[in-house]
Ligand binder design. Sequence first.
Ligand SMILES: C[S@@+](CC[C@H](N)C(=O)[O-])C[C@H]1O[C@@H](n2cnc3c(N)ncnc32)[C@H](O)[C@@H]1O
Length: 162
Amino acid sequence: MVIDLGAAPGGWSQVAADRVKAVDGKGRVVAADLTDIEPVPGVTFLHVDITDAEAPGLLRDALDGAHADLVLSDMAASSTGHRQTDHLRVIALAEAALDIAEDLLKPGGVYLAKVLQGGAGQDLVTRLKQGFAKVQHIKPKASRQDSAEVYVLATGFRGASG
Ligand SMILES: C[S@@+](CC[C@H](N)C(=O)[O-])C[C@H]1O[C@@H](n2cnc3c(N)ncnc32)[C@H](O)[C@@H]1O
């Protein structure tokens, strides 16, 4: 079970659906974005702003009470051209994705979020270290070396607190 936040135009959802064999009914992918995507077989799509109060409930309903193995966030607001502002905005989105991950991941689950250069920010790293066994920054091979794209990967979710 995969949650893909900031899914448009649908590239990651397509790969995730293939990996979990969603079309064969083995796994499922729930994707969300502000922008609609073309239907992807095996993917349940929600047109929602992840920072809206209704978003966690909509995702929970789409999962039919199940918990996710993986929460992906490639969310990014359009660039302002001001590096620090863009960084703060992407961190706010990564934090919104973490709120959802803390609610909907199963123990042992994985969170991956875009944070751009500058990394995850101290508050986000602190929260991740509390909630997950291992936290690291990664730059995927497919990401251009000259782009600001950096991701934070947290594995081994310790389980919902409280
Ligand atoms: C880089 S694109 C994602 C590309 C996608 N991973 C793919 O493989 O096709 C970033 C997406 O984040 C979405 N996004 C930004 N802020 C969002 C928010 N608050 N809620 C939902 N989606 C958001 C944008 O609409 C945009 O489609």
